[in-house]
Ligand binder design. Structure first.
Ligand SMILES: C[S@@+](CC[C@H](N)C(=O)[O-])C[C@H]1O[C@@H](n2cnc3c(N)ncnc32)[C@H](O)[C@@H]1O
Length: 126
């Protein structure tokens, strides 16, 4: 993975979301509300710097959220920005969704804004 792609994106998007959540996070949170209430563990594939996941974690303190991203830099930001016990029910892990380590069973998998990172993603949309 070319980490340099994250240098510009970090400032513009990932870290900025901690102060100004993406507008799409609000309807998504509403969309998964009922399922999240009935879940105990949810994984977010490609969590970036973790802003959206931390907002979901704050709304569902009974759920253990695990954010996974292939970028050590973004996971580093996620860990640094989530310090202070604001979201004690969320952890961030460096991993590749194509070669995931073993995780405890989960009730749900979410993945926000990641479609374009899948090679050949345009094909099914044609
Ligand atoms: C557009 S960002 C979305 C970040 C976050 N979900 C959000 O909504 O802001 C796509 C993310 O997918 C991650 N990613 C790309 N390929 C990945 C892979 N193979 N395994 C895990 N994460 C990956 C990137 O590092 C990046 O953080």
């Amino acid at each position: 993975m070319d980490e340099s792609i994250h240098d510009a994106a970090l400032q513009r998007c990932h870290v900025g979301q901690w102060k100004s959540p993406k507008r799409s996070t609000v309807p998504f949170a509403a969309f998964i509300e009922a399922r999240a209430r009935a879940s105990r563990r949810i994984v977010d594939l490609g969590c970036g710097a973790g802003a959206a996941l931390s907002q979901l974690a704050a709304a569902h303190p009974h759920v253990e959220f695990v954010g996974i991203d292939v970028s050590p830099k973004l996971i580093g930001f996620a860990n640094a920005l989530s310090e202070g016990g604001q979201s004690p029910n969320v952890t961030f892990v460096i991993d590749d969704w194509f070669e995931l380590q073993c995780y405890p069973a989960v009730d749900g998998v979410i993945s926000l804004q990641t479609l374009s990172w899948l090679s050949g993603f345009e094909a099914p949309l044609q």
